[in-house]
Design a binder for this molecule. Structure first.
Ligand SMILES: Nc1ccc2ncsc2c1
Length: 244
């Protein structure tokens, strides 16, 4: 997969060169390119923003640098399938694991990191000529720009690409339990500051361990994320486990 990120703070994306994603890039599994939007300005101040039409506080990102940056990623006369352009935005479709799976299937993802009050809307309209454009939010809170959201999305997407993480088995387990929250985990020592590892995990009975973990998942999800399951689901989940 080719990944392009366009930002006025390319150094913000440096952590992507670390760990699993960095290794995947070194091994050629990922082709990660981070571009500085200011490289597509032509004035000596490398200006990327201006005051908003209609007034209001803050500044808006100018269209022309974005137009040039997007053209550099995919020229207007390029052939072949359109890349997917993700525009991180609080007004976007909320990113979730299903979207991560979908985007992990793409050959070429481009991320346009907005700052200030956002990017001139005509850029999104222009981009639709050469990209499949998806505004995407990572949640309902205030951020200063799209870079942090891109870090979240790139990690969630890249780890699903074959060869990026060492143990693909863990992906299989996640895919079966993506409705329920993860169960609690423990490691040595068995007794720590007066706190014991649940006895069932020490006994080696895999069936009992599996039931314990499932029960913990259901309890946690019901307590912390009731929006993910309904009472009916809990009954069906219990019934399915009993029959397993
Ligand atoms: N403020 C805010 C909230 C969510 C979000 N997702 C991508 S950029 C962004 C910005």
């Amino acid at each position: 997969m080719r990944l392009d990120v366009i930002s006025i703070f390319p150094e913000y994306l440096q952590p992507l060169s670390l760990s699993l994603i960095g290794r995947a890039a070194e091994e050629g599994i990922l082709d990660l390119n981070v571009t500085n939007l200011r490289d597509f300005t032509e004035d000596k101040h490398r200006k990327v923003d201006d005051t908003p039409y209609g007034g209001g506080a803050g500044m808006v990102m100018m269209p022309e640098p974005w137009g040039r940056a997007l053209d550099a990623v995919r020229p207007a006369d390029a052939q072949g399938p359109k890349p997917t352009l993700i525009v991180p935005s609080p007004a976007g479709r909320v990113f979730d694991q299903q979207m991560a799976y979908e985007l992990a299937e793409e050959e070429h993802l481009v991320f346009a990191c907005g700052r200030y009050e956002g990017i001139d809307e005509r850029v999104v309209d222009y981009a639709r000529e050469n990209f499949n454009v998806i505004p995407v939010s990572i949640g309902d809170y205030v951020l200063n720009g799209g870079e942090v959201a891109v870090m979240v999305m790139v990690e969630a997407i890249a780890r699903l690409i074959p060869g990026v993480i060492g143990n693909p088995e863990s992906l299989v387990e996640e895919s079966h339990s993506d409705v329920l929250l993860e169960y609690p985990v423990y490691t040595k020592p068995a007794s720590w500051r007066g706190r014991e590892v649940p006895e069932v995990l020490l006994g080696g009975n895999h069936q009992r361990v599996g039931r314990f973990r499932r029960d913990e998942q259901i309890k946690r999800t019901a307590a912390r994320r009731p929006d993910l399951i309904t009472q009916m689901d809990v009954q069906s989940l219990n019934r399915r486990d009993r029959d397993a």
